[in-house]
Design a protein around this ligand. Structure first.
Ligand code: NOJ
Length: 551
């Protein structure tokens, strides 16, 4: 049995997002699998990750990389067997690593037996499991999400003789959550996988489950009520397991998914992510500071998942038109870099592989409120391939070594599910785990050290409050994290030029400062403002000690 405090594990944890397909191929068929992933658990442990988030691994025609599920109860054969999955979870647990997995509730693949039955006849018991209409104009307040590929949320189905509703691709019919059997059916899916040892779910596309005429069909009270039912079930039957929401919304709507600590444990901080890049480009701390203030407070036992990139395009749905233009201008200069309302690039190429910026961004994401969620490969500054379709350019094989196929697979390279990255600036011959592990100055080893420092300060950085320290230097972002007696001062220079700043810290007169990574003692805080000089794109993490401690 977990104690109440142990149940809050997600508040201090580091998360690692992994597609099984992309990590390691154990049987040489060119596709990553569970056995391969299991073989690489020691690596995941070595970079200090506490929880793995698995992308969908269920049976699927793979027209949306597994987010189009055709059977919730079985594993895609290419990825292995149920036993392989169970063994993987067991091995992860034995290393103290938790595992959560994607749960796709909103829609299925059109290849799912439920949909096949539903479309076959109006009298089928499954008909009502999906959302049908004789005309394509119901729910026209619902926005289209994949604007580059879909022109409507309705698609005519010749077999059914009706239109069906889909929020995403037209091969992903939405389930009808007004149907009790659908609601209960999905609870069974949840139980099935939690019984196999999962520690929770990343719940896909949560805002869209229920649809109501005259609304935008997002964030409806019925949707919240259903997730509260799921949460209650988890509390009762699987205490200690978590629900992480993918609710890409404006701050007020996003916060609602925490409920009164009775809905989601976590939610991705989608509002923060693009504003980090905006702040960087404008050399202005305001967008970050403002959005963090807007996304707080949240209930004590809840937490944001903070991230820089993931497997999708860098979404710009929840920014103003002006901000989106700025993002495209700065970070997607070539049209192929754009997709829908976003940018389909990996982190390192987004910032032109600038080591200082990459360190700054990672330090930032490890020190703002929330648990950091890293995307596989970003710790080795993996590049992308914008010439692959859809979002495949950011889903290429993990780069393990300078061997054939980046050490990912023994298959012929033509057989790989995706080519490896060979662009000279990001070539797998240099950007790989083995080479970068050997080099003490590599980004990978820097990342490992920073994760250790984050863990040493996991309470204050994981659970502490945040207070911004203003100054007359807009390119400087400064804040104090505070948890009980623990305090950390974090200062970032978002500018491409060196900067100075005077921070007014009158209430800390006499306090000591110790640099968190090296433990080097800095001058004490005095009566005068504290003066910092910072090289371009640099930061300080400083542990604050009261005058009577270790003086
Ligand atoms: C969100 C997922 O992150 C994305 O990859 C997927 O295409 C859509 N949901 C539809 O399931």
């Amino acid at each position: 049995m977990m104690t109440d405090d142990e149940k809050l594990w997600y508040r201090d944890a580091t998360f690692y997002e992994v597609p099984v397909r992309s990590f390691y191929d154990s049987n040489g068929d060119g596709i990553g699998d569970f056995r391969g992933l299991t073989m690489k658990l020691d690596y995941i442990k070595s970079i200090g990750m506490d929880c793995i988030w698995l992308l969908p691994f269920y049976k699927s025609p793979l027209r949306d990389d597994g987010y189009d599920i055709s059977d919730y109860y079985s594993i895609l054969p290419e990825y292995g067997t149920t036993e392989d999955f169970e063994k993987f979870v067991e091995e992860a647990h034995s290393r103290g690593i938790k595992v959560i997995a994607d749960l796709v509730l909103n829609h299925t693949s059109d290849q799912h037996q439920w949909f096949k039955e539903a479309r076959s006849s109006r009298d089928s018991k499954w008909r009502d499991w999906y959302v049908w209409s004789d005309t394509p104009d119901k729910f026209n307040g619902a926005r289209i999400i994949f604007v580059d590929s879909e022109i409507s949320n309705w698609t005519w189905d010749h077999v059914a003789g009706q239109y069906f509703f889909h929020r995403f691709y037209s091969h992903q019919p939405d389930l009808n959550y007004d149907n009790k059997e659908v609601r209960e059916g999905m609870k069974d899916v949840i139980r099935f996988w939690l019984d196999k040892g999962l520690d929770g779910f990343r719940c896909d596309a949560v805002p869209y489950l229920f649809k109501r005429e005259g609304t935008d069909c997002e964030n409806l009270p019925e949707t919240h009520a259903y997730f509260k039912e799921i949460r209650a079930m988890i509390e009762k039957e699987y205490p200690g397991c978590i629900l992480l929401a993918e609710a890409n919304q404006w701050p007020n709507n996003a916060k609602e998914y925490f409920g009164n600590q009775d809905e989601f444990h976590m939610n991705f901080n989608f509002p923060l992510m693009p504003r980090i890049f905006i702040s960087l480009s404008k050399e202005d701390s305001f967008p970050i500071e403002n959005i963090i203030n807007e996304t707080l407070p949240i209930p004590e036992k809840c937490d944001w998942g903070v991230f820089l990139r993931n497997h999708d395009e860098l979404t710009l749905e929840m920014v103003t038109d002006e901000e989106r233009d700025l993002m495209f201008r700065e970070y997607a200069k070539v049209p192929k870099m754009r997709l829908n309302l976003g940018i389909r690039r990996r982190l390192a190429p987004l910032v032109d592989n600038d080591r200082s910026i990459l360190e700054l961004l990672h330090a930032l994401i490890m020190s703002v409120p929330g648990s950091p969620i890293f995307y596989y490969g970003d710790e080795i500054n993996m590049g992308d391939n914008i010439y692959l379709g859809d979002r495949n350019g950011v889903r290429t094989p993990m780069q393990w070594s300078f061997d054939r196929n980046a050490g990912f697979s023994h298959a012929d390279s033509e057989q790989l599910y995706s080519p490896v990255i060979t662009n000279p600036n990001y070539h797998y011959e240099s950007n790989n785990v083995e080479s970068m592990s050997r080099l003490s100055t590599s980004f990978l080893n820097w990342f490992r050290r920073m994760i250790i420092v984050r863990k040493q300060n996991s309470r204050v950085l994981g659970r502490g409050t945040i207070r911004f320290i203003g100054s007359d230097q807009k390119q400087i972002l400064a804040f104090i994290r505070e948890y009980g007696k623990e305090k950390m001062l974090c200062v970032y220079n978002l500018s491409r030029s060196p900067s100075y700043v005077e921070l007014h810290l009158p209430e800390f007169n006499g306090w000591h400062l110790r640099e968190a990574i090296s433990s080097v003692r800095f001058p004490d805080i005095g009566e005068l403002p504290y003066f910092f000089t910072l090289p371009r794109h640099s930061y300080f993490w400083l542990i604050m000690e009261a005058p009577d401690e270790n003086s």
